[in-house]
Design a protein around this ligand. Structure first.
Ligand SMILES: NC(=O)c1ccc[n+]([C@@H]2O[C@H](COP(=O)([O-])OP(=O)(O)OC[C@H]3O[C@@H](n4cnc5c(N)ncnc54)[C@H](O)[C@@H]3O)[C@@H](O)[C@H]2O)c1
Length: 401
């Protein structure tokens, strides 16, 4: 069984590593640097070890490529390319279109095409299938299915094997073959009645998180105004054994999913005349948190940030990963600089970002903790500046939300 996986990022490389245990995998990526590193056995994704990659390469079960002809005889093609937003915050299917072009122009025999990229309901049926057919020179009857990805990079308790996976094909044969493929490495497959249900479920999962994060971020502001601890209140509420799920406040949401996916749902809703006010407002609340944090820091420092050296601790979007996509740290830094602060940041997990490098965890007037990696010690954070503001709830002894 030959499997081509289009896109070798967080999702595509993770799937490649699992599928490579039983199939011949060709990882197709448009970025030649990534292809070169992967073929040297160097993983750039948390959760996929370089050793594991080298073992797969040695056994002939994995190779990376950016040459379309290398995937021409694949039996299964998995799409795992980015689905970001455009500048005006609309769904951007440009990467999906490019992946469809690669598939249409190169796959020469009927294959099973599975989309794992997150997108709005109808993407597989109304966009991917017609696009592949448009780009294909010959008339080839592929099978089409969706199986939205739920991987949480950096997480060890839930992985491809034990995270239930939704799937649905455009035809019963596509569903059956999709089940056969994923059951090689996933223990719990859940078939739904249409690709649109699977696509919508993925968006709703992340929208549920986005809205609850916004709610707790709003509550953090209310709790502060009322002079009570948001964390103690959340822990108290969390003693209820049913009907409550604890979310924690932060400087905002980051990553490729939570700040982006709900907007895909809102966009498709509004296109069909259904309001998405809740989703839109949640997005605003989360984006406004960075300003709220800087307002609090400024108020605690005699209303003046001009000329102060401020160290932002942790710029990854979440702990223990190097991923900075949509990180809340970016807006926090922007607000601080707009108010005249001299900002540097410390994050050895990220290393370099936006043309700047991680600086030592010491010697600042003010430290603002946006993300706390496990390797960073609380004591070192507290000693890095006379005033420390923590947005994570993980630095006892600091000021915070
Ligand atoms: N990262 C996550 O935690 C996560 C979780 C669930 C779902 N998803 C979804 O999975 C999809 C992929 O996300 P990701 O995090 O893996 O992205 P990523 O940016 O880590 O990786 C995407 C890869 O695709 C490559 N690429 C871009 N265009 C290409 C093309 N035309 N042909 C071949 N390769 C191309 C890029 O070079 C990159 O290596 C997105 O839709 C995302 O929303 C991501």
């Amino acid at each position: 069984m030959k499997v081509a996986i289009i896109g070798q990022g967080y999702v595509g490389l993770t799937i490649s590593a699992f599928a490579g245990e039983t199939c011949e995998v060709v990882g197709f990526d448009s970025n030649s640097r990534i292809v070169r590193h992967l073929n040297q056995g160097l993983s750039h994704v948390e959760g996929v070890e370089s050793d594991q990659l080298r073992k797969l390469i040695k056994h002939g079960n994995y190779r990376a490529t950016n040459n379309g002809s290398d995937i021409s005889d694949a039996h299964i093609v998995v799409i795992a390319v980015p689905t970001p937003l455009t500048k005006d915050r609309k769904p951007d299917l440009g990467f999906i279109d490019a992946a469809c072009k690669t598939i249409g122009e190169n796959i020469k025999k009927p294959a099973l095409v599975i989309n794992e990229s997150t997108s709005f309901p109808g993407t597989l049926r109304n966009y991917i299938k017609p696009a592949i057919e448009k780009y294909s020179q010959e008339k080839i009857e592929h099978l089409y299915a969706i199986s939205p990805e739920r991987v949480d990079p950096g997480r060890s308790d839930f992985n491809q094997k034990n995270t239930p996976r939704l799937y649905s094909g455009l035809t019963p044969e596509a569903s059956e073959k999709t089940k056969a493929f994923y059951s090689k490495f996933c223990d719990n497959l859940v078939e739904v009645s249409s690709p649109e249900v699977a696509e919508a479920a993925k968006l709703f999962e992340n929208t549920f998180r986005q809205v609850n994060i916004a709610l707790v971020n709003e509550f953090a502001q209310i709790a502060h105004t009322l002079g009570i601890s948001v964390y103690e209140t959340l822990d108290a509420a969390n003693t209820k054994p049913y009907g409550f799920m604890k979310f924690t406040p932060s400087a905002g949401v980051g990553g490729h999913c939570i700040p982006v996916d709900p907007t895909y749902l809102a966009a498709v809703a509004e296109e069909h005349g259904a309001p998405a006010t809740f989703i839109r407002r949640a997005n605003e609340v989360n984006l406004e948190m960075s300003k709220y944090v800087v307002d609090r820091v400024q108020a605690d420092n005699s209303g003046l940030l001009e000329g102060k050296s401020v160290l932002v601790v942790g710029v990854a979007y979440k702990p223990n990963v190097a991923d900075v996509r949509e990180t809340a740290a970016e807006l926090v830094i922007e607000h601080l600089r707009q108010r005249g602060a001299v900002v540097s940041w410390h994050d050895e997990v990220v290393g370099s970002w936006n043309g700047e490098r991680s600086t030592p965890l010491s010697g600042a007037d003010i430290a603002v903790v946006v993300t706390k990696h496990d390797v960073v010690k609380v004591r070192d954070i507290l000693e890095s500046a006379p005033y420390v503001f923590d947005t994570t709830g993980k630095v006892p002894g600091a000021k915070g939300l």
